[in-house]
Every structure is written in structure tokens, then in C-alpha cells.
Design a protein around this ligand. Sequence first.
Ligand code: GLN
Length: 255
Amino acid sequence: MKKYVLFLFSLLTLLCIVTGCGGEKKAEGPKVLKVGTEVTFPPFEFREKGSKEISGFDMDLIRAVGKKLDMQVEILDMDFEALIPAVKRGNLNLVIAGMTITPDRQKIVDMSEPYYESGLSLVVRKENTSLQKPEDLKGRAVAVQLGTTGEEKAKQLAGDKVRSFKTNEEVFQALKEKAVDAIILDKPVAQYYINKHHPDAVIVGDTFAKESYGIVTRRHGELTPKINKALAELKQSGEYDKIYEKWFGKEPAKK
Ligand code: GLN
């Protein structure tokens, strides 16, 4: 009898080891981080010609953040103005879209520590010498992207002649077709479009309205401190600088 009990006990122990005893569950695979962006904002987020993949500085940065959080990154392209509402509703875990940290946005969502220093610029057709500074825009037709800080600034400067488009491609097209006299757009993005696709356009004057980009998460959500920690670690380890150099060259990193 004693032997029998001992045998049963050993068998149970063995079973326990093999099945894990129903205690700790098998480790789950990495969770998915649903990331929203808008792809007409090169070199931060864009599709290279003929490629389906979304590349850019923001994309490399968020993939590195995803690795730090041990989460798989899924990138979704949406209209810029739909991004914040989607985070609010919980359809997206975060947004990285060259989005400027503003007090108004911070009332609705959390924004991370700054990860890039930017600013707005004024773009005109090369032959147009009458527009030299933001103040010259009064009453002029200005193209901007819907829902952006550029749109807000243009409305302050130009009044009701501002024309808002969903994509920055349409914004540049409007300038080319002379439907508008100027564009207000983030400087690095304006520079990219001019260099690559619109040699007839030019940036005039200095950058105005200095802005910092931040990653958007749900207000008071548990993700915000994690993102900030990951960003700090990437800056510390030199990974941030590597990504920066890949997209902007050796100029000093604008963290
Ligand atoms: N930085 C600007 C903003 O936050 C534009 C961003 C964008 O068009 N992707 O409004």
C-alpha cells in the first residue's frame, strides 16, 4: 500500500512538472502596439516610391521604442485630423506623426517628452518675390494640412483665405497650380518636398513658431511613462542618434 501511494505521488509530481502545474501560464507573445500616423510627412513618415512599407525617422524611432517595450508595432495610416480622436477612443495605442506638443492637445491626450525640435516655415513659388515674411500673408490664399499647427498659424496670419487639405501632396499641388500663393508647413518636411519633388518652390525667411514633436498616448494612460522611459533610454544609449543621423545626417541631433 505504502509503495502504491509513493508511486501515485511521484506520478503526480511528474505530471505537475510536465504541465507546469497550472500555475504560471505559458509566456504570451509580444503584445501589439497599434500606432497611428499620416504618410505625407517625409522624412518622418512616408512611403518610398513603389513601396508599401511606411518608412521614416518616426517609424524607426517607434520601432525601437516597441522593441524596448517588448511589443510588436503595427503601423496604421490615417488622416492627420483623425489621429487624436482615434487615440481617445482607444482604437490606437499611440500616435507618432511629427505631432507638435501643444497645450490644446494636452487637454485631450498625453504627449511624451519632446523627441524632435522643429518649427514652421513659409513656402512660396520661386518667382513670387512679394511674399517675404509671415506678416505678408494677410488676405492671401495659403495652403495647409487639415488639423495641423500650420493651419492654425495660417488662419491667424492670412484670415479666411486659408485652404486646408488632407495631405501635404495636395498642399504642394495647390501651390504649383497657383490655387494658393503660399504654404505653411513644418520646415524639415517643406525642405524635403522642395528638394525631392518641387524645385520651383522655396522657403522664405527663418523658421517661425518653434515647435517640439511628441508621441501621443491616451490621457493618464499607463503607456505614457513607459514611452518616456524608452525614449530616454534610446537617447542615452546612442540609438536615437543613429536613427537621427540616418535621416538628417551629421547635423547636431535635435532631441
Ligand atoms: N507638426 C504639425 C502639427 O503637429 C504637423 C504635423 C503633420 O502634419 N504630420 O500639427
